[in-house]
Each structure stands twice: as C-alpha cells, then as structure tokens.
Design a protein around this ligand. Structure first.
Ligand SMILES: Cc1cc2nc3c(=O)[nH]c(=O)nc-3n(C[C@H](O)[C@H](O)[C@H](O)COP(=O)(O)OP(=O)(O)OC[C@H]3O[C@@H](n4cnc5c(N)ncnc54)[C@H](O)[C@@H]3O)c2cc1C
Length: 193
C-alpha cells in the first residue's frame, strides 16, 4: 500500500478525500465505529465551540467558505456543514452526521472498529491492529487528534511541569505567571485537560 492514514476525524477524512481524488492507493484505519468519533464525547456539553455562520450576508462562495469553521473542502458545494443546521452553536451530533455523510458521499476507503496498536519501520512501515491484521505501507499519516502525554518511568517525574497543564481557575500560557498564580491561591491545583 502507498498511503495508510490512522484516524477518520476531520483531518483523516480530508486527506482521504484528496487521496481518493488523486486515485492513490490508500486506506484509513479508524478505531471507532464511524467517522468523527471524537465528537461523540467532546465537547462534553455536546455543543460545538466552532460557531456555524449560516448567515454571512454574502453570496460569494469563496468568502462564505472562508467564514465556515466546520466544513471540509470538496468540490461538492452541497456538502457543507452549513447545510446541516442553522444553529450558531450546533450539536456535536450534527458534526458526526456531516462527517459520516462526507465519507459515504466520496466512498472513502475507511476500515472502522480497527485500532492501530503497533508501528515498526524497516524501510516501509509495518502496522499491527487490535484485530491482528498487518499492513505494510510506504507512507504513514497519523491523524489521531488529541493525544495524552507519554510519561516515562523516571523517579521524580511527578515534579515535572507538563505542557498540557493549565490552571483550573486562570488560563495562562506563561509558566512563571502560572507558578505565581498557583502560589497566590492556596489550595489551588492544576487541572489537566
Ligand atoms: C475538549 C475539546 C473540544 C473541542 N471542540 C471543538 C469544536 O467544537 N469544534 C471544532 O471544530 N473543534 C473542536 N475541537 C478541536 C477538535 O479536536 C478538532 O477540530 C478535530 O477533532 C480535530 O480533528 P482530527 O481529525 O485531527 O482529530 P480527531 O477528530 O480527534 O480524530 C482522530 C481520530 O483518530 C482515531 N484514532 C486515534 N487513535 C487511533 C488508533 N491508534 N488507531 C485507529 N484510530 C485511532 C480516533 O478514534 C479519532 O476518530 C475540540 C477539542 C477539544 C480537546
């Protein structure tokens, strides 16, 4: 195989679309049962934070697409997220439905319920899934979205500050400001998101 994509979220689907259009040899492996499984759990309140601008006051499709925070790119103007709901803060379920329709409309080659468990490389990439299948590919693309940090077993690792930690009360990107705030608020503790 030439291209193997891990993950059928928006990124994996968009890439699969272009691979399909270009007539490439590819396969997408997706751990979940459908595209966009991230949105079945997040955002927790199940309302998208990517607002949906259906009323831009403009008829220029190019400009409307630029204002569109949710649609994937394709030649099918009917397959825009804005056609799925008028809500400014749409349901996450709308996104799952949209991504499912996108994958089906372009007959993207996706194998669901398949988690990649092991990747080795010896020239080409060798992939092993939780179903015991093995694939070999020249190019491997990880479109796996949100990840959790790898914490090596090192004495004292718990004292290291991680990049994905933010203060539960104040959000700040400054480490020194973060430390000052943590000291200034007795009993406060970092929240990992
Ligand atoms: C809390 C939170 C809320 C968010 N809300 C929004 C929002 O409202 N709107 C918005 O546009 N963006 C939102 N985002 C950003 C959002 O995550 C991205 O826009 C979008 O999901 C990224 O798409 P992606 O394809 O890169 O990753 P994902 O959508 O996460 O897709 C990755 C896919 O890879 C699959 N996968 C992972 N590991 C494996 C494996 N080993 N084998 C096989 N498959 C695997 C997963 O099942 C998943 O389907 C939010 C992010 C967070 C953290």
């Amino acid at each position: 195989m030439d291209h193997l994509v891990i993950g059928a979220g928006p990124a994996g689907l968009q890439l699969a679309y272009y691979l399909e259009q270009a007539g490439r040899d590819y396969l997408v492996l997706e751990a979940g049962a459908t595209p966009g499984t991230f949105f079945r759990t997040f955002p927790r309140h199940q309302r998208l934070i990517s607002i949906n601008k259906t009323h831009t006051g403009c008829t220029d499709p190019e400009l409307n697409l630029r204002m569109d925070w949710n649609s994937l790119l394709s030649d099918d103007v009917g397959l825009r997220f804005t056609q799925y709901t008028e809500r400014y803060f749409p349901d996450a379920e709308d996104m799952v439905r949209y991504l499912g329709d996108f994958a089906a409309a372009f007959r993207l080659r996706i194998q669901y319920n398949t988690r990649v468990e092991k990747i080795t490389r010896n020239g080409s990439f060798r992939i092993v899934t939780d179903r015991g299948q093995e694939y070999e590919t020249k190019r491997l693309i990880a479109a796996t979205g949100v990840s959790k940090p790898y914490l090596p077993v090192i004495p004292g690792i718990e004292t290291a500050e991680l990049y994905d930690v933010c203060q539960s009360i104040f959000a700040t990107s400054s480490t020194s400001a973060y430390s000052s705030l943590a000291k200034a608020i007795p009993g406060s503790r970092p929240l990992t998101i």
